[in-house]
Design a protein around this ligand. Structure first.
Ligand code: FAD
Length: 371
């Protein structure tokens, strides 16, 4: 029986790894030309009950602890006038409940754990029919089970459902300050070792320290329409002018937050936020399924990578317990995954509503400090 996984993201790799640990080999087809072809983005917090559970099934939890940053759990919450509302510093001996890890390190760990040749690079999924998957370069490969682990803009998804991601009303600009300890020690001290959030009315600024000394900065605008970037006046092809425009958009904010924007380098990326409908399901179809963002794209409030890892691990365990009946395995997996992702999707939607509300900072404070 041949298992073809489309996408070497966290979910697809977790599936391949847990299958391997259980004596089942699979092939992962990835459209990127190599593991280094594209930057992998910032930090992810990996939770003990979900993402870490998957890494335990993968036999990689000790390796994960070696690359995880417990101090990345630190949190500071502020208002646009500079008022510090909440600060949490992680003690050195705190349990690793949701440590941060660099996405590239986590993906690298999963890639290194697979036998050579498991991942076929440069294979972009184009279509699938009658047990054959076809790639954009004209090549093809057989499958008995096809797993769409191809992320938010999944092409495999269309084989199971007409659902498509819809814009959430939030648009984010990603920026960053390289080597912050050396280049801007004052800003490094301000942001601290973990997450730094400034929540305002219709706008927010987030900053997050990465393992390589870079601080990623996220400027969010909400509610804004899907075509907002075209009308925002932010010239993405001219980073210096884009920073100037962002400084204008944050003109009423405390000087220390504007300094954060001014210190950024020339990475200025527009990131419109989209999600799939919460509670999305489809009638189970023998031979095809989805996992991770392809199945349940959620707002980025800290659950997506955890769900993708756990989906991969649980699908692998279902396949290992029904090695001669992929249909039964897929049904068992989908039943659990639909229920779990609906619950987590509702929770994420509530969190997303809170962080984009006009009084977001006070609402977040009440969340951290109930009663
Ligand atoms: C700014 C931001 C911050 C986030 N922070 C967090 C966080 O702190 N915690 C958390 O849990 N989640 C976070 N998330 C969400 C998380 O990144 C995703 O939910 C997670 O990466 C989904 O994993 P995946 O394996 O489903 O998809 P992906 O990681 O997107 O991987 C999909 C893979 O499929 C490949 N692919 C796509 N199309 C094709 C094709 N046609 N053929 C072959 N290959 C293809 C892609 O190249 C990619 O390698 C964040 C998301 C964003 C945008």
């Amino acid at each position: 029986m041949t298992i073809a996984i489309i996408g070497a993201g966290l979910g697809g790799l977790a599936l391949a790894r847990v299958l391997h640990v259980n004596g089942i080999e699979a092939v992962v087809y990835e459209r990127e030309s190599s593991r280094a072809a594209r930057g992998q983005g910032g930090m992810l917090d990996i939770h003990s009950g979900t993402g870490q559970r998957a890494l335990r099934e993968a036999g990689l939890i000790d390796q994960f602890h070696a690359i995880a940053r417990g101090e990345g759990q630190d949190m500071r919450l502020l208002e646009p006038d500079g008022t510090l509302l909440w600060q949490e510093d992680t003690p050195d001996d705190a349990p690793l409940a949701r440590p941060e890890v660099d996405r590239a390190d986590l993906r690298g760990m999963l890639l290194d754990s697979l036998p050579d040749g498991t991942v076929r690079w440069g294979r972009a999924f184009a279509s699938a029919e009658d047990g054959m998957v076809r790639f954009a370069d004209g090549s093809s490969a057989p499958y008995d089970l096809l797993v769409g682990a191809d992320g938010a803009e999944s092409r495999v998804r269309a084989l199971l459902t007409d659902a498509r991601p819809a814009h959430t009303g939030q648009n984010i600009v990603e920026l960053g300050i390289p080597d912050i300890d050396r280049t801007h020690p004052d800003l490094a001290a301000m942001v601290g070792r973990g997450n730094y959030w400034v929540l305002g009315d219709g706008q927010s600024l987030g900053a997050q320290r990465n393992g390589d000394g870079r601080v990623r900065v996220y400027a969010s605008f909400h509610p804004t329409p899907a075509d907002w970037f075209a009308t925002s006046g932010i010239p993405f092809d001219d980073p210096a002018a884009a920073r100037e425009r962002l400084l204008e958009l944050f003109s009423g904010w405390h000087a220390k937050f504007r300094a954060l924007i001014a210190a950024c380098d020339d990475t200025v990326q527009p990131r419109p936020l989209t999600t799939l409908p919460v509670g999305l399901t489809w009638p189970s179809k023998p031979g095809i399924t989805l996992l991770g963002d392809a199945a349940h794209l959620m707002p980025p409030v800290g659950q997506g990578a955890n769900m993708a890892l756990l989906d991969g691990a649980l699908l692998a365990l279902a396949l290992a317990s029904h090695p001669d009946d992929f249909s039964a395995a897929v049904k068992d997996y989908e039943t659990e995954m639909f229920e779990r992702s609906a619950k987590v999707g509702q929770m994420s939607a509530r969190m997303q509503e809170m962080v984009t509300a006009p009084d977001a900072a006070r609402r977040m404070l009440a969340f951290f400090q109930p009663g």
